[in-house]
Design a protein around this ligand. Structure first.
Ligand code: MN
Length: 303
């Protein structure tokens, strides 16, 4: 099942041939009403297993919209956190070692020496929102990654159980200002996490360690890789992350970028694709940041 979010608060089921989206928003009517204090995580993802039969039934009768007419928001609306893996492909380690524009004179380490890092949950957007470049002369790079969406709460999850905790997968962009500051600062500018184009449920991806993916700008293929080359594979990342953080439904793990990172400029379109997942085109915009961004309208109490 491929599930998308559109028009901010609508849930869509992507048709088998990916030509249409079927509006299945009314499946959400059975979600329990929330009251303070809200649980961590994303309510849709937390209740996805119960909702699936209703989503499937509505998929037969719901309003159908051609896919090219859709504006896709992040399929996960409210993750408690975005966890990300630094230097998790050997060839990206090689390029980081070779390029002072990436390493700023500090020898890059491997993931087992760095641990993980967090991106602010508030920087998450969908592909149709696009990335906004802060006004700076610094280099700002694309990093295309497999994103894992956690489906079940857990901590100290064993490698052998790890994939049972996955709700699904998506493409993730971990946008990055190069420099010497902490990663959580350089990688959490508003719109610096893109998730999309939809969530592919885990049952459709039997092996997350065999996914081909690429990022193209203009005619130039910048990144082309396969998740088989991850240093810490998906089960290991879940084991590693959950030894530190309780994982909540909707938490996102960006699994790390392969080689080929490079700068973007306003006007670029990042064409991202992954086998078994889908494709998304993400525009790069100059400032100003949209004042009435869709995220502002989600603030509780505003209508
Ligand atoms: Mn990254």
């Amino acid at each position: 099942m491929k599930l998308c979010r559109f028009d901010e608060d609508h849930l869509g089921l992507v048709s088998e041939d990916e030509s249409e989206v079927i509006d299945v928003t009314s499946a959400l009517e059975t979600l329990p009403a929330l009251k303070w204090p809200l649980p961590h995580g994303d309510p849709l993802i937390a209740h996805l297993d119960e909702l699936r039969p209703r989503i499937a039934a509505l998929g037969l009768t719901g309003r159908r919209v051609p896919i090219h007419a859709m504006e896709f928001a992040s399929p996960v609306a409210t993750p408690s956190k975005i966890i990300a893996a630094p230097v998790n492909y050997a060839k990206h380690l090689d390029e980081a070692r070779a390029d002072q524009g990436i390493n700023f004179g500090v020898a890059p380490k491997r993931i087992d020496q760095y641990g993980l890092f967090l991106k602010a949950a508030s920087c998450l957007v969908g592909p149709s929102h696009g990335v906004y470049l802060p006004t700076t002369d610094r280099r700002i790079d694309h990093e295309l990654e497999l994103a894992v969406v956690i489906g079940r709460r857990g901590r100290e999850i064993a490698r052998s159980d790890a994939l049972d905790h996955v709700a699904g997968y998506a493409l993730g962009l971990d946008m990055t200002i190069r420099g010497e500051e902490d990663r959580s600062w350089r990688k959490s500018h508003d719109s610096f996490a893109v998730l999309g184009p939809w969530l592919v449920t885990a049952d459709e991806i039997p092996d997350p360690g065999a996914l081909e993916f690429s990022l193209v700008i203009g005619e130039q293929c910048r990144q082309a890789a396969n998740t088989r080359d991850l240093i810490f594979d998906v089960p290991r990342l879940i084991e590693y992350a959950s030894a530190t953080y309780t994982l909540h439904p909707g938490d996102i793990i960006m699994t790390g970028t392969p080689e080929g990172v490079g700068p973007v400029v306003a006007g670029d379109i990042m064409k991202c694709t992954m086998s078994g997942v889908g494709s998304m085109n993400v525009a790069v915009h100059a400032m100003p940041y949209p004042a009435e961004s869709s995220r502002i309208d989600q603030t509780p109490g505003r209508s």
